[in-house]
Design a protein around this ligand. Structure first.
Ligand SMILES: Cc1cc2nc3c(=O)[nH]c(=O)nc-3n(C[C@H](O)[C@H](O)[C@H](O)COP(=O)(O)OP(=O)(O)OC[C@H]3O[C@@H](n4cnc5c(N)ncnc54)[C@H](O)[C@@H]3O)c2cc1C
Ligand SMILES: *[C@@H]1O[C@H](CO)[C@@H](O)[C@H](O)[C@H]1NC(C)=O
Ligand SMILES: *[C@@H]1O[C@H](CO)[C@@H](O)[C@H](O)[C@H]1NC(C)=O
Ligand SMILES: *[C@@H]1O[C@H](CO)[C@@H](O)[C@H](O)[C@H]1NC(C)=O
Ligand SMILES: *[C@@H]1O[C@H](CO)[C@@H](O)[C@H](O)[C@H]1NC(C)=O
Ligand SMILES: *[C@@H]1O[C@H](CO)[C@@H](O)[C@H](O)[C@H]1NC(C)=O
Length: 454
């Protein structure tokens, strides 16, 4: 079949093209930033869509929920937000297209301020009435030329099946914990959670806490736990130079060799007694509702093959939003939503499947030959600005200005330099290419009432 499509397209020299009609129907799954943005642009183009959202709320992971485990309808709590979270990107890089944040928004807002912004976004574009809340997608399957989407009304369990021409998957990927196996972990007597279930530092008062992982969650959570803990033992294998002047009771350790009943032996042979563990090893891509016939290969670190980190090459009427990391995520999601809308509207045509497949393979080979781990397949990183340029050149959407990428790089540099102070800066956008950074607030003194050496 694939060979047939390839030959067919090659002979006719055409790409994939779709004609939008009043009968064109789009299914959006998820009402986080990705789903809300897509709804906004489809609505503006008067393209018919159904947005299903399993919770009662918009904003996805940006809504804090003190509960862990399952919600009132038995659906696993989606959000990974914790109570004291402030963004790690400055507000300019998290603003959605043409919808400025209120003037008095701090440079690094709390989750609450940003969540309120997303709610006002949904209100402003009159999206609430377009959302089927408490409906969870349970199966997405291709059937001839249509998508059959089955979804469940979560309070009653009633299932509905609807047919669509396009499916836009916007369920995020910061919800399903990735937890490696640690030798001896079943012996350990203390309390162990994943950062997905971390809410407040209170349970760690005067405890010896092991934090595993040095990604954004591991670093951020370790800083708030050290304020209350007796000792923070931070295990990771990052080669990054952390210049942050950690206090004496926050110590770095290499990887875990094994747990026993009372603590952990690390790969350097040292032992630490531990009360509690917070596993901050990140999240995995997880789309349990996608049928095999969608043609996607989903691993914990990749969803392939996709064109522009978005279009399912085997079924180009399906898009999976927000697969990337190391980017101004809200800007990138907004750009994807505009690209998807332009595609559905017919403003541009995708290359043939064969061309998209070759492009994807090229990217895969580049990562391989550079000796980079294949877990980097969806990293934008240094290529973020090129990504925005490519989306715009192809689809005609307005480009995300280069200044956003530049701000993110300096912010990340400041973060690597000093985790305590990087949020003291303010970033003012001057034009599409330039910004000014200034010191907005001075560092507040940090006190550690419970800190101890042993
Ligand atoms: C702790 C934490 C801190 C972060 N900090 C930052 C930051 O400072 N800056 C930044 O830019 N990004 C940050 N992020 C990344 C964040 O994920 C993105 O900013 C953004 O929220 C992603 O939006 P999304 O729409 O892709 O997914 P989500 O926000 O996860 O939304 C997905 C939605 O889909 C719904 N859903 C899931 N499955 C189904 C289903 N089967 N059927 C129906 N609905 C479903 C969910 O209920 C949810 O509402 C952070 C993430 C976490 C976890
Ligand atoms: C859809 O119908 C509306 C109203 O009948 C019409 O104005 C619009 O042009 C139609 N759109 C398309 C894409 O056919
Ligand atoms: C969308 O399509 C459905 C099913 O064809 C139809 O009932 C509904 O009225 C349409 N909505 C809009 C806004 O066109
Ligand atoms: C765990 O291992 C350490 C280091 O070998 C040891 O000192 C400690 O007693 C062990 N704990 C138990 C309960 O065996
Ligand atoms: C799925 O992707 C992974 C990672 O790229 C790869 O190792 C694996 O072989 C792929 N599986 C299939 C069935 O294509
Ligand atoms: C900034 O970029 C946008 C989009 O590419 C463009 O429309 C606008 O004219 C640019 N502004 C300036 C001052 O160059």
């Amino acid at each position: 079949m694939q060979l047939f499509i390839f030959v067919f397209c090659a002979i006719l020299q055409i790409g994939y093209s779709f004609v939008v009609t009043n009968a064109t129907r789009v299914c959006i799954i998820g009402a986080g930033i990705g789903g809300l943005s897509t709804a906004r642009y489809l609505k503006a183009e008067k393209i018919n869509f159904t947005l299903i959202e399993s919770t009662k709320y918009v904003g996805g992971t940006w809504r804090y929920d003190e509960r862990v485990g399952k919600d009132e309808n038995g659906i696993p709590i989606h959000t990974s937000m914790y109570k004291n979270l402030r963004t790690n990107l400055p507000k300019a890089t998290m603003e959605l297209h043409g919808f400025p944040m209120p003037e008095d928004t701090p440079t690094f807002p709390s989750w609450e301020v940003y969540y309120n912004y997303l709610k006002s976004y949904a209100e402003h574009f009159d999206l609430y009435k377009c959302i089927k809340f408490e409906h969870q997608a349970i199966s997405v399957k291709k059937f001839e030329n249509e998508w059959k989407v089955k979804y469940k009304h979560t309070p009653t369990g009633k299932e509905v099946e609807e047919k669509f021409d396009y499916v836009v998957v916007a369920t995020g990927h910061h919800s399903k914990p990735y937890v490696p196996n640690f030798p001896g972990e079943s012996l350990f007597k203390g309390n162990v959670i994943h950062s997905h279930d971390y809410r407040v530092p209170d349970p760690y008062k005067c405890k010896k806490v092991l934090i595993i992982g040095s990604g954004p969650s591991g670093m951020d959570i370790s800083l708030e736990v050290e304020l209350v803990a007796k000792r923070v033992i931070h295990s990771h294998h990052s080669k990054e130079d952390f210049n942050t002047p950690f206090p004496k009771h926050h110590i770095m350790k290499p990887d875990i060799k094994e747990f026993n009943e009372t603590g952990v032996i690390f790969t350097d042979g040292t032992y630490e007694e531990i009360d509690d563990v917070i596993i901050c090893t990140g999240y995995k891509y997880d789309y349990p509702f996608l049928d095999k016939n969608c043609g996607l290969n989903i691993t914990r670190y990749s969803v392939t093959p996709v064109y522009r980190h978005l279009v399912n090459i085997n079924q180009p009427t399906m898009m999976v939003m927000g697969l990337f990391f190391h980017a101004c995520l809200p800007k990138a999601l907004d750009a994807q939503a505009r690209y998807a809308t332009a595609l559905i509207k017919g403003d541009f045509t995708l290359p043939s499947q064969d061309v998209m497949m070759r492009e994807w393979q090229k990217k895969y080979d580049e990562i391989r030959s550079a000796g980079r781990p294949i877990t980097h397949i969806h990293e934008l990183g240094d290529e973020e600005d090129e990504y925005y340029a490519a989306l715009s050149e192809e689809s005609g959407i307005e480009k995300v200005p280069t200044v956003m990428f530049k701000i993110r790089l300096l912010d990340m540099e400041a973060m690597t330099d000093n985790l305590y102070t990087f949020r003291n800066f303010a970033y003012t956008v001057k034009d599409n290419d330039t910004f000014v950074r200034s010191v907005e607030v001075e560092e507040a003194p940090r006190i550690f009432p419970c800190a101890g050496d042993s």
